[in-house]
Design a binder for this molecule. Structure first.
Ligand SMILES: Cc1ncc(COP(=O)(O)O)c(C=O)c1O
Length: 382
């Protein structure tokens, strides 16, 4: 008797997890391993937010909320999106979920019929293909151009009658690239003329340097109607463990997402939701220094990594995607770990075989050591 579903069997074990395990084992054996695989800010949630959460519990925010989320939080999200992203939504267009990952799950459950295709640009965040597949969709991968952005000719070729949506992620995990306004306009033109949806994953919007973040939905009404905006508090407010993400979309889609959520988790933790009202309203003030620190680290890496290493210029997020002599990514990652005690994620996880991803969500001391070791590796392998 086979007890596991085809769906469960579809999921491949992650190479990152295996490397992470290996890095942890090496560390517990006393080796000085530097872990650059991390996908979350190394900053703590500010005391003010923690105090606010405590008060929220004392004030009785300990019961279920509406299935789309606490009304006050959805109002705060609408104010934020209008002010910062130049997009007007009503609280009923917003659904708050257990992190942006859960928002993505809800979206695909709401829009996909079995066999519907979702275009995922390479390099992609590791979870996109898995989420689409679990929800019954078919991931269709789209090539990148010399700037690591969507190759528009390939995109046009990949759109078929079965295409339901395209995923856009700017600033990007794993490359840190950020789309310019004219690039978004060209993309929007293709999306609108083919009447497909655009899932705009904006979780790194505030971790951006020397550039303005533009939400694709803000370009005009046509693209706004086809866009499902995804965001959350994990990355930009260093609140990964609070598990709050959200979507903003047309009412019909928000209602469907709300219904699905109502039958699965009911809604996220009320304490986290109430605390997110405060985080979203006060975030700019509380996290200014974190963004400054990320920029300082990014600048240090760019100035100090040896010129033999190539990468798309990282304007945002907290990652850099490195290439050294087109070395196979699994081999590169494995050798950096065993020979130089630096743990990184192989690009194969993101659909690119000859790059590795490093994260600079670790302190400057670790970054300096890591740069020395990577440069040493390059020197030894010229
Ligand atoms: C591109 C991208 N989207 C979404 C998420 C999910 O964030 P969360 O579920 O913590 O809100 C991540 C986390 O790594 C990410 O990198």
């Amino acid at each position: 008797m086979e007890y596991l579903s085809e769906r469960a069997k579809l999921l491949k074990p992650s190479a990152t997890m295996a490397l992470n395990r290996k890095a942890k084992d090496m560390k517990s054996n006393g080796l000085d391993v530097i872990n650059l695989t991390v996908g979350e800010p190394d900053f703590q949630t500010p005391e003010e937010i923690i105090d606010y959460a405590y008060k929220a519990m004392k004030d009785g925010y300990t019961k279920y909320t509406e299935e789309k989320g606490l009304k006050e939080l959805r109002e705060a999200i609408c104010e934020k999106i209008e002010k910062e992203n130049k997009l007007k939504y009503e609280p009923e267009d917003i659904v708050v979920s257990n992190g942006a990952k859960h928002s993505l799950f809800n979206i695909f459950l709401a829009i996909l019929n079995p066999g519907d295709e979702v275009i995922i640009p390479i390099p992609y965040w590791v979870s996109y293909p898995a989420i689409v597949s679990i929800c019954g969709g078919v991931p269709v991968f789209c090539k990148y151009n010399e700037e690591f952005k969507i190759d528009l000719d390939d995109l046009k070729e990949k759109i078929t009658k079965r295409t339901k949506a395209l995923i856009l992620n700017s600033p990007s995990n794993p490359t840190g690239i950020v789309y310019e306004k004219d690039e978004l306009e060209r993309l929007a033109e293709i999306i609108v003329s083919n009447r497909i949806l655009c899932i705009s994953d904006e979780v790194y919007e505030k971790i951006i340097f020397d550039k303005e973040f533009i939400s694709i939905g803000s370009l005009d009404k046509e693209i706004k109607d086809l866009t499902i905006l995804v965001n959350g508090i994990s990355k930009t407010f260093a609140m990964t463990g609070w598990r709050i993400g959200y979507t903003a979309s047309k009412r019909e889609i928000a209602d469907a997402i709300g219904k699905i959520q109502g039958q699965t988790t009911s809604a996220p933790s009320t304490i986290s939701q109430k605390s997110s009202v405060f985080a979203i309203r006060e975030g700019e003030r509380l996290f200014k220094n974190m963004i400054i620190e990320f920029k300082r680290r990014r600048d240090f890496l760019i100035e100090n990594l040896t010129k033999e290493i190539k990468y798309p210029y990282p304007f945002g997020a907290f990652y850099i995607f490195l290439n050294f002599k087109d070395m196979n990514s699994n081999k590169f990652a494995e050798r950096l770990l065993t020979e130089k005690l630096v743990a990184v994620v192989p690009g194969s996880e993101f659909g690119v075989d000859n790059y590795i991803r490093i994260s600079y969500a670790v302190n400057m001391k670790q970054i300096k050591k890591a740069v020395d070791r990577i440069n040493e590796f390059v020197k030894e392998n010229q």
